[in-house]
Design a protein around this ligand. Sequence first.
Ligand code: ADP
Length: 266
Amino acid sequence: ITAKAIHQMERPVLPNVKNIIAVASGKGGVGKSTVSVNLAVALAKTGAKVGLIDADIYGPSIPKMFGAESIRPVGDKIEGREVIQPVVQFGVKILSIGFFVNVEDALVWRGPMASNALKQLIMDGHWGELDYLLIDLPPGTSDIHLTLVQTVPVTGAIIVTTPQDVALADVIKGVNMFRGKTVDVPVLGLVENMAWFTPEELPDNKYYIFGKEGGKNLAEKLGLPLLGQIPIVQGIREGGDEGKPVADDPTSPMGQAFQELAANTI
Ligand code: ADP
């Protein structure tokens, strides 16, 4: 065991971070990263100090969604301790495994390497004082989830789902992971993403292409709050691809949906 590791064990974990919130999903592609990014920006808009860790080792998409792909966080030494300065975009402090490795390399990592990488982002990031630190987890259940709950005092978890059945079955597994025998993290609620399709020019028209209110019904069944319903809107996808999260404009209908989600989360 190295001196550095001992030093870390003695240091209280993130004493200046008030809430650590894990964002999880039963499976990939349901919009977990999209929700994480826009929730972080929406929380920052309320005046809160917000950080976001991209722990999706196998498909880190946060740098792209924040328009930060070409930015590199810098190392620093503060009070004798080596730290990584998070990148700040849209008022959110961000660190992603994607800043340090290329995705092809991360794909062949074994569980322990990925878990160590997450620990480093949490422990060595110079987060300062934060009201919320969101952690965008990989889809499903994995070692990384266990590492997270064993490394840091997680305040609560948010589960993102789509209304489709197959995603919903996986959600139950995800919820049970946080409510397990050894792990006891409160599930703050579900977010139903892709709840309906709305053409941007006809915001009142709703097309339930993945089924109606699957997430809402599941939340009721599990006795969990439904924190928000986010429609499928072309602008949300474009915002992600262009690195300009829609939540940056809280007056737009999409921005409002994320403001509502933020209000329900705090
Ligand atoms: P995950 O993190 O669950 O794998 P992503 O957030 O990467 O999912 O989303 C998958 C794709 O779906 C991305 O191209 C994203 O832009 C798009 N997407 C996610 N949510 C929405 C939405 N509400 N409306 C439109 N596109 C969305």
